[in-house]
Design a protein around this ligand. Sequence first.
Ligand code: BG6
Length: 517
Amino acid sequence: MSEDESLLVNPFRESFSSRQHPQPCVVVIFGATGDLTHRKLVPAIYNLAFDGDLPLPLKVVGFARRPKTDEEFRTNLETLNRDVSRQGHDDAFWEPFSQSVSYHQGEFQDVEAYRSLARRLDAIYRKNGALGNRLFYLASAPEFFDDILQGLKDSRLNEPVSGCWSRVVVEKPFGTDLPSAQHLNQVVAQTFPEEDTYRIDHYLGKETAQNLMVLRFANTIFEPLWNQHHIECVQITCSEDLGMEGGRGGYYDKSGALRDMVQNHLLQLLSLVAMEPPTDLSADGVRDEKVKVIRSLRRMRDPESVAANVVRAQYTGGSIAGNEVAGYREEDRVHPESLTESYVALRLHIDTWRWSAVPFYVRMGKRLPKKATEISIHFKSPPGVLFNNGKSGAKNENVLVIRIQPDEGHSLKITSKVPGAALRLESVKMDFRYRTSFGKASPEAYERLLLDAMAGDATLFARRDEVEEAWRFIDEIEKAWHESENPPPMADYPAGSWGPGTADDLLAEGGHIWRRL
Ligand code: BG6
């Protein structure tokens, strides 16, 4: 074992890895002093190392503008890791782990900073021939993505060392509309080939999202029912209790719920629920099917169809878990007359043979009562001839709930007879929880996605056409809201409630109600 390898071996844990093979590499993180690096990326690498899942040797180089020594950088990372690491912070493990992390100061526009980075990476490679692979992670503010890609190209860091690979991971937001996403795709394509480009959507790395294909295609009981003949509606809810803490209002007020969460995370979940079985599990096999779903979404080309199918709203002051909180327009860095939505609910239709006439209801909101994301598949009620004639009690509806977070798992609601002489029916739940069935918490999404990028597996990353199709769909709604003469109205809801009444009306029109989380 080389000196580098011994640094990262966790003496306390055995590796449970059964994944494909990620390869040793240097991970260069641009935007290394930011929140994402401190809260997600480095803790993910730490946890992978702790579990013995990391390919070794591995080095992390943080690139950012602020002057900082390696030691200062490591101390900052350590402070956050103590708070956020999935499995706690082990001083004895952190010490050698942190030695594989270093800092490279540079301006994103400065050609010399990339040249010196190239020299640094060459030195690492010369010292250890296993470290020729390079994973460039764009975790900076998105306005610097162009500069960073240009810098990588000018310094020829995008060109792999002979026999090695060079890949780029691009964080969200991937553009703010179709033209900006197309522009970014073009710049990326001039620097890295598509097969070395990893557009991250961390929802795809969540354990239950990954399990969606397994649930559908590795079981025989769901797929025959997974269509318009048996499904009444599908609901996808992403609820967050947080508002605009930590100065987030500045970014969010320019984005809004539709762009921030629906264009990416929720349309990705929807495509996994609605896709046809892929011909194989290759990255393109899966993504070919997903993109067809997004392409089949019924478009809302005019403000009237947007008004009829989409509800947007902002929270007003209210209370969450007993604490008084301000309204959206009073939040730090939010414009007092902002027209940005903190909540959106959509009724979507997928115009395919399988899904014809099945509404997909999707909602996302900030300052709702709790943090939870779930997908629910509502099956049609049985004919009311025997039990469902209105006299026997509860409505007999089978619902399959896929809990993305928290408490990852599935439950199936079925109807059962209440014990006793009378014929009374009630809903009961068959429940599966990852934590109890597998005896351990699921890894963080970033852990899985980083490993996949190191393994060259892009299945859980968005492809160029998926991102562009999603923007094409979203842009029409944004246009109706912000550019039409008669824009659809902005509703409001008190913080701590489940959103505006108009979102309930959207479902009531089809005889449906939102599932209570
Ligand atoms: C991010 C959004 O992509 O996802 C945030 O920008 C949101 O607004 C976050 O809060 C939610 O991620 P998670 O994993 O906490 O559900």
